[in-house]
Design a protein around this ligand. Sequence first.
Ligand code: GDG
Length: 767
Amino acid sequence: MVERASRTTQAQRAMRELLGGRQLIVVSNREPYAHRRGRRGLEVESPVGGLVAALDPVLQATGGVWVAWGSGEADFEVVDAHDCIRVPPEAPSYALRRVRLTSDEVEQYYRGYANQSLWPLFHLAVDKARFVRRNWTGYQTVNRHFADATLSMVSGDAVVWIHDYHLALCPLYLRQDRPDLFLSHFWHIPWPAWDVFRICPQSAELIEGLLANDLLGFHLRRHADNFLDCAEREMGAEVSREEGLVEYHGRYTRVQAFPISIDQDRWERTAESQECERWMARLRHRFRLADRSIGVGVDRLDYSKGIPERLRAIEVLFQQAPGVRGRFVFIQKSEPSRTRIKAYRDLQSHVEAEIERINAFYGTETWQPVVYIPRPLPPAGMAALYRMADVCLVTSLQDGMNLVAKEFIASQVDGRGVLVLSELAGAADEAPWSLTINPFDSESVAETLQRALRMPPAERRERMQHMRGHLQQHDIYHWMEQHFRAAARLLATRTATRSVFTDMEEIRQQVTARDHLAVLVDFDGTLAPISDPPDDANPPPLARAVLARLARRPRCLVAVISDRALDDLRQRVGLPGVTYVGSHGFEIAGPGWGSERRQAAEVRALIAACSQRLRSRLRDVQGATVEDRGLTTTVHHRMVQRDQVETIRQAVLEEVGRVPPGKLAIRRGKTMLEIRPAIDWDKGQAALWLLEHVLGKDWRRRCAVLYAGDDRTDEDAFLAFADDGVTVKVGASPYPTAARYAVSNVAELHALLEAIWAWVQPPVVPR
Ligand code: GDG
């Protein structure tokens, strides 16, 4: 329990720090607590979803506000005159502001526009999408209600975090009233390509609404890219794909991917509990599972989850492999969802009829092939299903992420289950250790199921171990921290960047204020002019000279930080006394303590071994190339025949599989697979590590810092020193920068370094 508490506390602390005293307001359609009239009088219900589980403790710590539709039938019996109630009921610590909606509004905004226009269109179920003017009007009205409710709760400086496709217009309405608010929005479903999106008659209005945000998050980079495309084509907005930035009417929106996750720790503990074991025994007995292999599917009953397609594949399995009959039971856990919409009612009857048909046709006296559980199960019951499963089958036809896949991984404490995962679900991008399928191809899904059922225990365990390692590092708290860090970075860009030369006196005071001085500079574009080819880049003699003088001064730490490899960097600068930070901070060597970070050395060795083995394994695959860059290795398959790509993928998985879990990650590109260290590390973190390593934990008290850089990767360092460093952006910025000062070019930076030298050089002592 200790570990769990500390994970939550850690996240709470990080969030509080990143908010920097600002008020946090979360806005979502669903509320974290609903009041209902039950048998025992008023009852409070909390939805089981991951978002509430993650954000509730944060709001409890920061004491913010949650704005949501008051959907419980007794919700407005318990609120105050402002429609607010303090929650959680047992220890009130933040305000829940409930939005009142009439039944017509719910019909038009929620059931109508959100769930019968946007949801189907964005999940490529174009034939199910209906666009009714009345629903659109209702959507606008309700988005205004949400904006008004939010505005009524703002006090001072606030960070507003809006959720999902129900509230696309809310940011615009907020912005119109309060241009100064920091608005962030997370979109939980996919964003389709422009050709699909433009089917929506209100496409321009939706984009305009979302471009009022400062930060817009999607699960995946490709969803973010689709949005950027739409913003460019639909609105003629200025888009930088590389930076993930849109400029529209003089405002910037950063568009970024943040793959959502689950409270891994909570699921794991539930799965390990005795209550879960009791549930496993109960389910085994109740459904006569005996020692049969078990398959599990868990979904809201939604057409995007591919449940009929899944049942079809199971039937094909029984036909393809008659030996499986009697020995395999598939459990489908699905609570009906959105039942007031016809498409959902039709789906429900269809799924029920299919299950009945399969059971009648294939079942025997003693064996029911498919078990359907529509009634609610408590968390321990859900964890029991996941834990006892030999296979979890996720067949989404389109899915933003899919949390079920992650819940299964977290609950697999015995490591015996196999995840069979649709490549059309966002989760597939993060789970190279699953068996991926195309849910539209029932034959091959059935074959994959067979493969999963036959998979040797050692391979199952190994695959599961890798997936669990990844999930441990990428849980819901990691997701939130990433989000808040991005927000903090953007908030820092709001302070206007000033030219160095108008503020020389202020800078002088800052760099001379402490005993020690750290001069940290990026290489390409900062110390050395950008050159093409990059191989020609070298610092001009004057820049080298001033850096050398600074490096010789006592109590002055001079470091050059770059994405170049350490040796390359050292060679180009070639000055003694300078610390070199290469590969974005993975490798660091300083005078007198010249050693790279242990982690980097270890990873480098692992990657080198992987590359070597891959080279020899892929020797006969025509067109495959392995490019070893030291800390990353890329296997290119652009020139490889299609039927050979799977061989390459398998080889990469196996080779990375030899490495202890949690050390290396695989990134899948369109025509390549990249193997890289599974660690979050950037120039900011590297610089902080360096200062602490050289000067000790209390370095902030003892050392003034100047950090200069010219590109996006330097923004992390600008943020790291936002409060008390002199941060200098070199060159014009195509995006808002977190640096406090700017110089126009490399030469101006050198002039600044000369000025600093003049301020800090030891006075000449007369003889
Ligand atoms: C949207 C996006 C994205 C399902 N059936 C039952 C049940 N569940 C729980 C699961 C899981 C949750 O519902 C479903 O989460 P998903 O992520 O799979 O799907 P959506 O509801 O469509 O969520 C999705 C997500 O937002 C987060 O951003 O991943 O892509 O579509 O937690 O356990 N829970 C219980 N009984 C059920 O029958 N108790």
